[in-house]
Design a binder for this molecule. Structure first.
Ligand code: MN
Length: 224
């Protein structure tokens, strides 16, 4: 038996032929107050919580994604994604932004029905959040995080479904990096999905999704 060849996942870099290699994907739960409330959570500034997606869940902009199995309630969550060029454990907040390679727009696709079952049963979220092609992501724009006033939006078939500004985040990118680095040692190639504003909702077969953060390359995808 031959040893299999496995390709490393990567993400496009804006205006470059180079690719950003993906090591791990971390996600923050309920980082916008209105979304925390719509999920039945408490938007008080409690410590953020984290979950993961597999690195090969990334899907480039422009893709047509086969509708995932095992769900009748696939949800969209538009998010600012931070791509790390550096890492470390126990990173200080004021050192965190120096680890950032750039930012992108991502969608944290969620099988909400499976997540609801998992929450109720106290089971892991992996199959609700970390399934195949669950992390569509646009090209990474190298540089700093967009300004706090930047709009973050998601349209389905031309209708606005989610709308917020980055300033609505309960935990800022530097704080997220610092806190996450107390749980795991961060490293170059890590992506961090930083949470979604209110308005999450169901996607259907055939839907066309357009996600945006002002100043970053747009993300579009279709569901087959
Ligand atoms: Mn999310």
């Amino acid at each position: 038996m031959n040893i299999p060849t496995v390709s490393a996942p990567s993400v496009a870099i804006h205006d470059s032929d180079a690719r950003f290699p993906v090591r791990r994907i971390f996600c923050v739960g309920q980082n916008y107050a209105e979304h925390a409330r719509e999920m039945g959570g408490d938007p008080e500034r409690q410590q953020p919580f984290f979950f993961s997606k597999p690195a090969d869940a990334v899907v480039p902009s422009g893709a047509t994604i086969p509708f995932p199995g095992r769900t009748e309630d696939l949800h969209h969550e538009v998010e600012l994604v931070i791509a790390l060029a550096g890492g470390g454990a126990d990173v200080a907040v004021d050192a965190a932004e120096r680890l950032i390679f750039g930012c992108a727009v991502g969608v944290d696709l969620t099988r909400r029905d499976l997540q609801a079952v998992a929450k109720k049963a106290g089971r892991p979220w992996d199959m609700a959040k970390g399934f195949d092609r669950s992390a569509p992501i646009g090209a990474i724009l190298p540089g700093a995080v967009p300004e706090r006033a930047a709009a973050i939006t998601l349209d389905v078939n031309g209708d606005r479904r989610q709308s917020g500004v980055l300033a609505d985040m309960i935990w800022a990118p530097a704080e997220i990096i610092a806190i996450l680095s107390t749980y795991v040692r961060l490293a170059p190639g890590d992506l961090i999905f930083t949470g979604t504003p209110a308005g999450v909702g169901r996607l259907e077969r055939g839907d066309a999704v357009a996600a945006a953060v002002a100043g970053l390359p747009a993300l579009t995808f279709d569901l087959a």
